[in-house]
Write a protein that binds this ligand. Sequence first.
Ligand code: ZN
Length: 437
Amino acid sequence: MLFKRCFAFLVICCCLLLPTGAIVASAQERRAEGFRRYEGKYIELLTDLPDRADVNVELEQLPKAFDAAMPLWCKYFGVELAEVEDWRASACIMLEKGRFREAGLIPAGVPEFPYGFQYYDQLFVSEQPSAYYRRHLLIHEGTHWFMSHHFGANAPPWIMEGMAEWFGTHRWNLETQQLDLSIIPTDKTLVPYWGRVRKIREQLEAGTAPSLEDIMQYDNTAHLSVDAYAWSWAAVVFMVNHPDTKEAFSEVLQQPMRPDMTQTRWLFEKLKARWSSIREQWNAFTSDLDYGWSPQGGMLTISNNPTKLVGSSTPITIHSDRSWQASNVYAAAGNKIRIRATGSYEVAQLPKPWICFADGVTLEYYRGQPLGRLMLAISTPRNKPVATQQITIMPLATEAVVEMPQTGELHFRVNEASLEIGDNQGQLTVQIELLEK
Ligand SMILES: [Zn+2]
C-alpha cells in the first residue's frame, strides 16, 4: 500500500538509478543494529519480530515466497527472467516501527503508514495479526516495486492498488513451496484478516458501495481508507476477467504508465460503446463476488440487441454448470410474464447424484434459496453512473409468473456457489411468455 502515492511516484524513478552497492553496504550496517536478517535471491529482509521458533518458521518462508513471485510477475508483464537478474529489494517487517526509524532504516521521506509502503527498492510492512496477511502485504508492496521498475512510473491509483491487491491475494504451500498469485480465496479461513470480500458485501448490503466510476477516479488520498483497497481489487478482478473488458485492460498494461487519468480515460474511450452495459455487468459481478468466486462458469454479459418479448419466446437452453446465461430476450417494466422450465439436472455428485428440477432441492441452501433452483436476473444497461448495487435477482420454479420491476434482459442460472457449479450436469429448457403488457 502506498500511503501517499504522488510522493512515492516522485521518488521511484530516481530510485532506479541507485547503485546496488549502496544497498549491500547499508545491509551490513543494519545487521549491526541487531535486527534479524533473512535473505533470498531477490530480497533481503530485516525484522524485529520475536525470536521464536513458530515466528521464525514463517519468516524463513517470506524470502522464498517473494522469490517465487518473481517469475510470476515476469510472466504476467512479459519480462524475461534474465532482465530482473540484478533486481533486489530490501524489506523491513516491523513490530515496532520506531526501532527502524531510530536505526535510520526508514528514510525521512517515508510518511506514516498503517500497513505497508514501497520506497525505491525498500519495502516496509507493519506486523500483522496473521502470517497470511503479513505475506500478503509483502507481495502487495513487491508488486508495486516490480511494476515501478518495469514501467518506470505509476498507473492511476485504482490500477496500482488494484493490481497490488490482485497479485497479493495468494496461496503459499509451505511443503511444496508452490506460490499461486491472483487467486480468489475459496474460504475466509485461508486469508485471515484480509477481509476484502466481507467489506464489499457489507457495503453492497448497506447501499454505500461506490460506483465503478468513483473507483476508477480514486485520487492519491483515497487509499487512506481500507475500503478503497477492496474496491480497487474488485475492479481489477472484474477488468481482467470480463469478456467485455479483459482485452482493453490488458492493452492498458502494455502502455507507458502515467499516474494521472490518461489511461483511465483511454480505457473508457475504448469501451465507450458498451459502457452502459458494463456498469450493469459490474453490478452483476459484485453481486456474485464471494469466497470461491470463479469466472470459469461465465460472467453475466448483456446481449447487444436483445429481442423484445412478444407472445412466446423460442425455447432457451440453460446449462446447469454455468453462471448467468443471457436469453437475448427483454421485457418492459410492468409486463407480466410466465416462465416455464422443463428438464432435470444433477447438482451434486457426492455422496450420490442429486437429481434436481427448477424448484431446486431443499436439502441444502445457497444465499437463502434451495440448491439448484432456477434463478432469474434482470439486467438493465445504466446510462448514468450509479452506485454499485446488487442486480435484480428472483427465484423461479418449474412455472412462475413475474411482474417485471424494470425493463431489462432476462438471464438464467441455477442457484449454486460458483465454486461448486462447474460439476453440475444436464440442462433445462426455458420458455418465456408475455401474459400482460
Ligand atoms: Zn499499495
